[in-house]
Design a protein. Sequence first.
Length: 378
Amino acid sequence: MRIVNGMVFDGQCFRERDVVVEGDRFARVEPAGATGSAGAHDVDAQGCYVIPGLIDVHFHGAMGHDFCDAEQEGIAAIARYEASRGVTAICPTTMTLPEERLAPIVASVAEHATADDEAGIVGINMEGPYIAPDKVGAQNPAYVRSASVEEFARLQAAARGLIKLVDVAPEQPGNLDFIHNVSHDVRVSVAHTCTDYDTACAAFDAGARHMTHLYNAMPSLHHRDPGPIAAGAERNDVTAEIIADGVHIHPAMVRLAFALFGDDRMILISDSLRACGLGDGEYELGGQQFTVRGNRATIANGSLAGSVSDVMACMRTAVQRMSIPLISAVKAASVNPARALGLEGERGAIAPGYVGDAVVLDRDLNIKHVVLRGRVLK
């Protein structure tokens, strides 16, 4: 199968190329026309962008389902929806819950057999319970606790090693030691935190390399009290997630984040809830009710509960409403999350040997085709 005549993203820019796919992998990328005229089974991408399949490292659900339901039917429905939106690889995200609930949740994700029309599961993001009680956001404060190496090891065993990200508030008792002890095995993210600049620096010194939904659930930038955002921006090996759904963060602050961290370290996420793909109404998140009105989801106290957008919608919003260059947005939605999850050489690029995941977009960034593991999905 070939994707022909498209403007193909090569990691730095768009070039007119033909992409040859063999089996479930990209085989060759050649100058447009070099492989001959389009055949009956080819995707003609004339006038369109061709980008790698997107990767969401932080989201909770869609289509009425949440990963914390620990139901195979729900996992399949979420993965199908994400694939249809051009999100071809996913990292299901848990909530702040007791260990006896988290263990079957991560086990259910690890046990899931991915169908041909589902996004591939490439990791689990453990958001909580090792967070700050004063920065829980929409999470349940009753289950917040200090990080435990022993508990994490049990959960990682239940997940069959699939936990790739774990969130930690470094200022909480024992959490810096936890970061030091586990950071060689899992990517640690500074998250849901009240930490100051110095403690954030200590967390990065201990091995933390990621920041969860930048700006949200953490101290803001201040010229006399710079906080964790400045600490992360100063480290060239720290990646930062951001929710560019048009609700969580003002466009100027999204632009500032890209300027501070650079487009090689920013990661677009959706942080989407079970209401994603549905309409207004009342829904549940981690044992709490939330309300969706338009593009905004809130819990009873008015706090934002997460988003109802997928990463493709966030990428489009970043480009069209926030003036993020398309090249930077594609990096943040595909290249950078792949690197953060340790998937270099496997995902996040249209290049020989990589998984054959691609999305064909028209000039308004609407989806024309999704190629999932070498097969045309739509």
